[in-house]
Design a protein around this ligand. Structure first.
Ligand SMILES: *Cc1c(COP(=O)(O)O)cnc(C)c1O
Length: 414
């Protein structure tokens, strides 16, 4: 029987296999056919500690026995209160308010609406958003509008809103990026949104903490709201709790999702500073923040995230992350000797390189490598000719060896 399911980012016309997964634990997925698959991309960047973390699973089960769901407009519940207090305590100081949503994309939509509302409620005509070239912020219309234009959103381009784009700071060309930001900020835009230190879907492109700090300083000096999209980079992915921590910067608005629940269930938050909350504070209902979704702050998802925060408080997560980074680096260094490997780089737990001679997102090397990996028990999803390894923090040496041996074998077979 063929399935009625329409999968995301899948060309069903190619008839590629769609394995049936029945169980996950630690660094691996298990299929109905009995195969163990190493999850080398943390199930699309969400799984942090490992699959089915016992503390997070227990929190979900416990909460499911108490309160499943309640409207969050005008009502509250203990898992949301615990989580919000925990987030404010854990995140940098001025980020004192927590708004809940369900995915990275919606956390970005909320961030953009907060920034626009901030200016609208001050009667300032500031609507323009400044973005960085090659950025990715999600697949809803607003999130696509502030992201890179390409084959992924060509059909929708007539509806995407205009933004001001600064060039990606390629090594040696950083000043052009700063100059462009400075120039756009002089035109009084509403906000600048950026992925700190590494552009994920844009090809795992990295830039320095010093540059992030300079961009933050320009926005502060020009009174432009600084939105950090840490949907991928937070929760230890880049080696620190937030990527912003490495630059010593604090955004006005912060987007978190993916690893917020350890990757177990969907949840997102957008954190804001006092002035952004206060711009919406009034005895006039017309100035409230007009945003909600049916499952805002779902109690079961909040309980999972609260358990993740407890893990962060009580376990040496950053030490695990540093160790995984070092163990990836050794293997990446060995692979980098291969002439087909270009621009090998690593940030925290993320290792990446380009395959020489293959180009573009639709380049055929990506599906070939994906299939090659799947047949050898590894889940990998290259971004065109950019290959990256982003495993859960519990991944052991045997699994890392298997991932990198498979990559070496593929490169020799090309
Ligand atoms: C994945 C991602 C998003 C979108 O998150 P979804 O949960 O897939 O909607 C937004 N921003 C960044 C930086 C991401 O990596």
């Amino acid at each position: 029987m063929t399935s009625p399911i329409w999968h995301p980012f899948t060309q069903h016309g190619l008839g590629e296999p769609i394995p049936l997964v029945t169980r996950a634990e630690g660094a691996a997925l298990y299929t109905a056919e009995g195969d163990r698959i190493i999850d080398a991309i943390s199930s699309w960047w969400v799984t942090t500690h490992g699959h089915a973390d016992p503390r997070i699973m227990a929190a979900i089960a416990g909460q499911a026995g108490k309160l499943d769901q309640v409207v969050f407009a005008g009502w509250t519940h203990e898992p949301a209160e615990t989580l919000a207090a925990g987030l404010v305590a854990m995140m940098p100081d001025p980020l004192a308010y927590v708004f809940f949503s369900d995915s990275g994309s919606t956390s970005v939509e909320v961030a953009l609406k907060m920034a626009l509302g901030f200016w609208a409620n001050r009667n300032a005509a500031r609507h323009r958003i400044v973005v960085m070239e090659h950025s990715y912020h999600g697949d809803t219309i607003g999130a696509m509008s502030v992201g890179a234009r390409g084959v992924f959103n060509q059909a929708y381009q007539p509806l995407l809103f205009d933004v001001a784009t600064i060039p990606f700071p390629e090594p040696g060309r950083e000043q052009a990026t700063l100059d462009a930001l400075e120039a756009h900020c002089r035109e009084a835009p509403a906000a600048f949104i950026v992925e700190p230190l590494i552009l994920g879907a844009g090809g795992m492109k990295t830039y320095t903490p010093a540059l992030l700090a300079e961009m933050r300083a320009i926005c502060a000096r020009r009174g432009v709201l600084f939105i950090a999209d840490e949907v991928m980079t937070a929760w230890g992915r880049t080696g620190s709790l937030l990527a912003c921590d490495q630059a010593g910067v604090v955004p006005d608005i912060l987007c978190l999702s993916k690893g917020l629940t350890g990757g177990a269930v969907p949840l997102a938050v957008t954190l804001a500073t006092g002035p952004i909350f206060e711009a919406h504070l009034s005895d006039d209902r017309a100035r409230m923040f007009f945003h909600s979704s049916s499952y805002t702050a779902n109690p079961i998802a909040c309980a999972a995230a609260a358990a993740n925060l407890a893990i962060w408080r009580e376990e040496p997560v950053l030490a695990r992350v540093a160790d995984l980074g070092r163990r990836q680096q050794v293997r990446l260094d060995m692979l980098a000797g291969n002439p087909k490997v270009a621009n090998a780089r690593r940030l925290g737990t993320i290792a990446a390189f380009e395959i020489e001679g293959a180009a573009g997102y639709l380049s055929s090397v990506a599906p070939r490598l994906m299939g090659f990996a799947r047949e050898r028990g590894v889940l990998l999803r290259p971004l065109g000719n950019t290959v990256y390894v982003m495993p859960p923090y519990c991944t052991d040496d045997d699994d890392l060896d298997a991932i990198y041996a498979m990559l070496g074998e593929f490169l020799s077979s090309e």
